[in-house]
Write a protein that binds this ligand. Structure first.
Ligand code: F6R
Length: 631
């Protein structure tokens, strides 16, 4: 939530750059480029501030980044070498120009941007008001700016880094703060607690970003920061301390994807690109994780195999789409390893006295690695003695750093706010984990594991087949643009797929949609069926458990008899469903447990095409943000 960028460097100004005009020059260009890449984190307003010899100058505007760009064209900012920028997802105060960041204080000599929520802002505001401070916005950020300014003029003694330390000690909640001051040219000071911040290391320039996309155009060398740290960047230096000024350090890492991976690659939207990236996302997640004999080698797991053998319960913690990946994982891991698996929404887990101990393995699934609800659940589980393994797509993010082990998905950057390729990569990683546990504990014969890996290796080409045959589903989506409500049914692993299909439609097309377990129909949801009600049904393979297929087919008959318009996702060769479906979309044959990697894809394509037909922005749906860094 909220994208943050900071820059201190000596890039030549636009005028001095001459021929290099196409490349970013000056702080403003660098910051705006970073904001463009971070806009997926929040897009209800945006703002920048630059530091020049004359002091601080800033612009901010409600709405998407394009509005700020227009504002900058109408009222340009001066050339500068130091700057900060912000794209907002509103928490305190609506998305107005006044509430947009940066917030100024100290008579306009200090500018501050913030991601997170300051929980004790009301108390601090009352104190600052009593001391004569004035506020023009409704935000907690302006309170933090005023606090920093008052400390700067008081015990901070005009030292921005020291003032930041002192101010942070008074703040409660989650925050990443970046500040510049007119008295400290070439300096950006930042702080982080429970909110993301990464440093980018350049040559004669340094960067700050909510994640590496904020500076990926300029450097691939990055530093992960720890909890409760302050970092001061200048063009030549990066200095890290804790909130008490004690020297601290971060962990340097190399970003393993490049700027091109975060571009649309010829597709009209990131969402379409990412849906089409899925064969590669799954393939890359499988890459290098087994040897020629079919033995899984998850070297990066870094957790004692004896601890894994002792596990007697697995709890998957995640939110949204990642939680649906967890539900798929439950079916597979329980089947392969005979270990009970519970799946719980991270935000529910913490508040119900969950029973976890040293033999519980927590699997935290998060694309961003920053979801606050999941991070808090991870911390709670660790306090109870559980081992935590993260399945994550983002290097350098907080959840893997705080977990005992990590299994990275290699989906590449996911920019569209609604998750697609990360979902398939998470499911793939969860399969690898399940098979690895089965191998380690001897729950399956090595040959069985090898066979399953062979089946998994065939999946990317099968996803490609689904993508290549997507014309028909896109056409249907265009015809259904006026639908008011769409239902999704599935059984077994098809149940989480149905819920994911419904979530995609809600998020992208703003249509009421619900996913149900097909068996639950008669216990209530069937009352929703009326003449013409569109219902997607995810049908299990007829080659799997017979009863499963037959049961879903009778569910289709039940809703058809009540007027539903049925749209069926079935396995190639399943002719039995044709008689009961208005439309059938076939996916290639694959073992039942692996089917979600295929059956999800038509539902993603449908939601994306329908939203596009309605003229909506599929990359940045209303009210959402990519990385939910507040609880
Ligand atoms: C839906 C979606 C969200 C995320 C959820 C968890 O399309 O993207 O539901 O899956 O916010 O995010 P991560 O995986 O980053 O923890």
């Amino acid at each position: 939530m909220c994208g943050i960028v900071g820059y201190a460097g000596r890039r030549p100004s636009a005028a001095a750059a001459g021929e290099l005009k196409s490349h970013a020059h000056g702080a403003l260009d660098v910051v705006m480029e970073g904001l463009r890449r971070l806009e997926y984190r929040g897009y209800d307003s945006a703002g920048v501030a630059v530091l020049t010899e004359a002091g601080i100058d800033s612009r901010k505007k409600s709405g998407k980044l394009a509005n700020l760009t227009a504002e900058l064209a109408a009222a340009p900012l001066p050339e500068a070498t130091t700057g900060i920028g912000h794209t907002r997802w509103a928490t305190h105060g609506g998305p107005t120009d006044e509430n947009a960041h940066p917030h100024l204080a100290d008579g306009g000599r200090l500018a501050l941007i913030h991601n997170g929520i300051i929980e004790n802002f009301a108390e601090l505001k009352a104190e600052l008001l009593a001391a004569g401070a004035e506020f023009i916005s409704e935000t907690d950020t302006e309170v933090a700016a005023a606090l920093l300014a008052s400390v700067y003029r008081g015990e901070g003694g005009g030292d921005l880094a020291l003032s930041m330390q002192l101010a942070c000690r008074r703040l409660e909640g989650a925050f990443t703060l970046l500040a510049i001051h007119a008295d400290s040219p070439d300096v950006v000071v930042a702080a982080r607690r429970n909110s993301p911040l990464v440093v980018g290391l350049g040559d004669g320039e340094n960067f700050l970003g909510s994640d590496v996309s904020g500076f990926i155009d300029f450097t691939r060398r990055a530093v992960e920061l720890g909890q409760d740290q302050i970092v001061t960047i200048t063009p030549e230096s990066v200095e890290i301390t804790d909130f008490y000024g004690n020297p601290a350090s971060g962990t340097e890492f190399e970003v393993n994807w490049d700027a091109a991976a975060a571009e649309k690659g010829g597709y009209p939207s990131f969402m379409e690109k990412e849906i089409n990236d899925q064969p590669q996302a799954v393939g890359d997640t499988l890459l290098g994780r087994s040897d020629l004999e079919g033995r899984l080698t998850l070297d990066e797991l870094r957790v004692d195999p004896e601890d894994l053998k002792a596990v007697n319960k697995i709890m998957v913690l995640a939110c949204g789409t990642s939680a649906y990946a967890g539900q798929v994982a439950k079916y597979a891991i329980e089947h392969w390893c005979r270990i009970p698996v519970e799946v719980e929404l991270s935000h529910e887990f913490r508040y119900r006295d969950p029973i976890v101990d040293g033999n519980t393995l927590i699997v935290a699934i998060s694309q961003s690695g920053e979801t606050m609800d999941t991070l808090m659940a991870v911390r709670y589980a660790k306090e109870q003695g559980a081992k935590v393994l993260a399945i994550c797509n983002t290097n350098g993010s907080t959840i893997p750093r705080e977990s005992d082990a990590v299994l990275y998905t290699h989906a590449g950057p996911e920019i569209a706010v609604a998750s697609t390729k990360a979902f398939l990569a998470q499911i793939t990683a969860a399969y690898l984990l399940g098979l690895y546990l089965a191998q380690l504990r001897g729950d399956k014969f090595q040959g069985e594991i090898k066979d399953m890996l062979t089946d998994l290796a065939k999946v990317p080409a099968k996803i490609q087949q689904v993508l290549d045959n997507s014309g028909q589903i896109k056409e249907l989506a265009g015809l259904m643009a006026d639908a008011k409500s769409v239902l999704f049914l599935g059984r077994h692993v098809g149940f989480p797929v149905a819920m994911e299909g419904a979530l995609k439609l809600k998020e992208l097309a703003y249509i009421h949609a619900e996913g149900f377990a097909a068996g639950e129909l008669k216990h209530g949801p069937i009352a929703l069926i009326e003449e013409g009600q569109p219902v997607f049904v995810v049908v299990p393979s007829p080659r799997g458990r017979d009863s499963l297929h037959a049961k879903v087919v009778s569910n289709i008959q039940e809703i058809r008899a009540r007027g539903a318009k049925t749209i069926v996702i079935a396995e190639e060769g399943d002719d039995a469903v044709k008689a009961y479906a208005e439309h059938v979309f076939y996916v290639p044959e694959t073992p039942t447990l692996l089917a979600p990697l295929l059956t999800t894809v038509p539902l993603q394509i449908f939601a994306c095409a329908l939203a596009t037909a309605k003229g909506y922005d599929v990359d940045q749906p209303r009210n959402l943000a990519k990385s939910v860094t507040v609880e």
